[in-house]
Design a protein around this ligand. Structure first.
Ligand code: PRX
Length: 629
């Protein structure tokens, strides 16, 4: 495949100009570098008001032909996936393109033998092992729509996602490792499936050896895979056929199943991967995300494999067996591009720098950051100690909804600026809006919006196109509204300032406050609750829950423990509030709306900055909240 990246500032600028003058030809030129069974007859059809977005209309392809088969001609014996297990004492695995192709085809046949067909939804609730990447690709091979659910989600959250997509098969494992903990994934799946009727089969990978209960529809992965061969022709997919659903939090309790389609997603993830990271043949690239999140989909599996790269998968955590593990893995596998989240950097920064220095990091060429704003201190620590001031840092802004990186520098090609994601990628038309929806020119702060489609934008919310329209296209008609605020400097660089809606990014995880409030309200003593984010030195943000109870509480510690457990059970441990405060009332407007702006200030203990509270329905609660916070 042709190298898709701009390697010099001149070629970057040229591409950028061209993408603005001739956006359709720009994308068509890039899309030509992929394998299509038949070409598209129209590059783009879109209407942001409707909204409707279609790319490469009429084009036929299978993304796995592009991620696997075509590399068999050029580099079958190159390692496609390096797997580094949770425990450093266990052996790493090196899976070549040839072997990956064979294992994907076999897994695809296993799915087919169990009734899966094009368009079916298959839930993946799996640990970070090669079989997860294989499962993703096996679904894509046969045109089934994968819906991966992060293995840290609870049974209730898993059931909600399975039911929303009406999945017919669940792929899971007996358990998964995370540091010194083992998560009983099959047990959680069983608990979830008690509330799901659509699932006909559960296929279980044996990984930890954890004892599991066996039900009528359960099958062992190794038994099923032994029954099939590795000959599986790829299903011919339309460019606009769904490839996967991935759930993300929203402002209501129900998660949004973002739908990504085959053609555009393939083109954009490959294009952005190669450009942002400046990947070169033979490099070893490592993204530390989990495949249960969009970062793992786009930049562990699809983007890297589409360009024939070597991508590393890691099952463990940065703190196990010690806080030097990331650097040990970088040294062991001679990683060239390393991509992680600011929250991990902040956690590691708290430990002696000798844990970094004792590992040979000379292979590193590019560092990346994703998921939340990176603060100045973390940026410099990353630059000084990991990159030794010798590796460009790409701060990549994007979302589950955008499918790929939209704003980032291109490593070593375009300038970086600490704490700034910098410039939109060629092909991305970002703007800043004021509250009335007018575009603001030059340096300013405002609401980030995108005014022209790009190939990997999510096409809808599964089963709820109206919600897709309301959330992303209604606030500022004619634009895609991502829900983030941003600052722009005189050179056009963007710095993302954070969410402007009720989503809080905690340790890089996108959490809606509404589902957490719903969980808290389930407790028999809670009548009302409000959850807001407050700044946290490691997690970026943490959650503060204000709860009103229906009776006096003798022992708040017990209630707080029960509430935290309830949130963990309903959503997952990542959503547990750091602080839970019992209050007699919440600040409300006269029309009864909770004043979240004030709660955010109270949670951040910015008491001097509360603004005018005299118009509240109940200003007296402010003092009370301050007193017992
Ligand atoms: O607020 C932005 C923040 O993460 C949100 C998207 O979260 P999610 O869909 O879970 O995807 C995370 C991985 C792409 C965004 O709306 N965000 C993501 N990247 C950055 C960021 N905030 C600041 N800087 C970033 N580089």
């Amino acid at each position: 495949m042709k190298d898709l990246s701009y390697r010099t500032p001149e070629s970057y600028l040229e591409a950028k100009d061209y993408s603005l003058q001739n956006p359709e030809s720009f994308w068509a030129e890039i899309a030509k570098n992929f394998e299509w069974y038949s070409p598209w007859n129209k590059v783009l059809k879109y209407d942001f008001l409707k909204p409707e977005i279609k790319w490469f209309l009429g084009g036929k392809l299978n993304i796995t032909e592009n991620c696997l088969d075509r590399h068999l001609i050029t580099h079958p014996d190159q390692t496609a996936i390096i797997f580094e297990p949770n425990d450093p004492k266990d052996k790493a695995q090196y899976i070549t393109y040839k072997e990956l192709h064979s294992r994907v085809c076999q897994a695809a046949n296993m799915l087919k033998a169990n009734g899966a067909k094009k368009g079916d939804r298959i839930c993946l609730y799996m640990p970070m092992v090669p079989e997860l990447a294989i499962a993703v690709l096996a679904c894509a091979r046969i045109g089934a729509i994968h819906s991966a659910v992060f293995a840290g989600f609870s049974a209730t959250a898993l059931a909600a996602r399975i039911n929303d997509a009406e999945c017919s098969i669940v792929l899971t494992a007996d358990g998964g490792y995370r540091g010194n903990k083992t998560t009983p994934l099959k047990e959680i799946t069983d608990e979830a499936l008690a509330h799901c009727t659509s699932v006909k089969r559960t296929i279980v990978l044996q990984h930890t050896g954890l004892k599991v209960q066996w039900n009528k529809m359960d099958l062992w992965w190794h038994d099923e895979i032994a029954k099939v061969n590795d000959d599986c022709a790829a299903e011919i997919m339309d460019s606009e056929d769904p490839l996967f659903i991935l759930y993300t939090s929203g402002s209501t309790g129900k998660p949004k199943g973002m739908v990504h389609t085959c053609g555009g997603y393939m083109v954009y993830t490959a294009y952005s991967f190669q450009n942002v990271f400046q990947y070169q043949k033979g490099d070893v690239y490592w993204c530390t995300a989990d495949i249960g999140w969009i970062t793992g989909h786009s930049y562990i599996v699809y983007g890297p494999l589409a360009v024939g790269a070597t991508t590393l998968m890691f099952e463990g955590v940065p703190s196990y067996p010690d806080f030097g593990r990331f650097w040990e893995v970088c040294a062991k596998h001679k990683v060239n591009q390393f991509y992680t989240a600011p929250t991990a950097i902040r956690a590691l920064q708290k430990h002696p720098v000798t844990l970094v220095d004792k590992h040979d990091l000379s292979s590193l060429k590019v560092l990346g950051s994703v998921g939340e704003p990176i603060n100045e201190e973390a940026w410099h620590w990353y630059d000084d100690h990991v990159g030794k001031n010798n590796c460009p840092i790409v701060d990549t802004w994007w979302q589950t909804e955008t499918g790929g990186i939209l704003i980032s520098s291109l490593a070593g090609v375009t300038p970086q600026k600490p704490t700034y994601a910098t410039l939109p990628m060629p092909g991305i038309q970002a703007v800043l809006l004021d509250n009335e929806g007018n575009e603001i020119e030059s340096s300013a702060e405002g609401i980030l919006a995108i005014k022209y489609p790009w190939p990997s934008i999510a096409r809808t919310i599964w089963g709820d196109h109206e919600r897709y329209k309301n959330v992303y296209f209604s606030a500022y008609p004619g634009y895609y509204f991502p829900g983030d605020g941003a600052l722009r400097d005189g050179d056009g660089n963007y710095r993302i300032t954070g969410r402007v809606d009720d989503v809080v990014i905690v340790s890089g995880h996108n959490l809606g406050t509404a589902p957490i409030e719903n969980a808290l309200n389930e407790h028999q003593l809670v009548v009302e609750s409000a959850v807001v984010g407050f700044p946290h030195d490691v997690k970026g943000n943490a959650l503060h829950a204000f709860v009103i109870t229906n009776a006096a509480i003798d022992n708040p510690d017990i209630l707080v423990a029960e509430l935290r457990e309830l949130v963990a059970k309903t959503i997952g441990p990542i959503a547990k509030p750091d602080r839970i405060q019992v209050v007699s009332g919440l600040p409300k407007t006269r029309s009864g709306k909770i004043m979240r702006r004030i709660l955010r200030k109270l949670a951040a203990r910015e008491y001097d900055n509360l603004g005018d509270v005299s118009t509240l329905l109940n200003p007296e609660v402010i003092e009370e909240i301050k007193q017992n916070s």
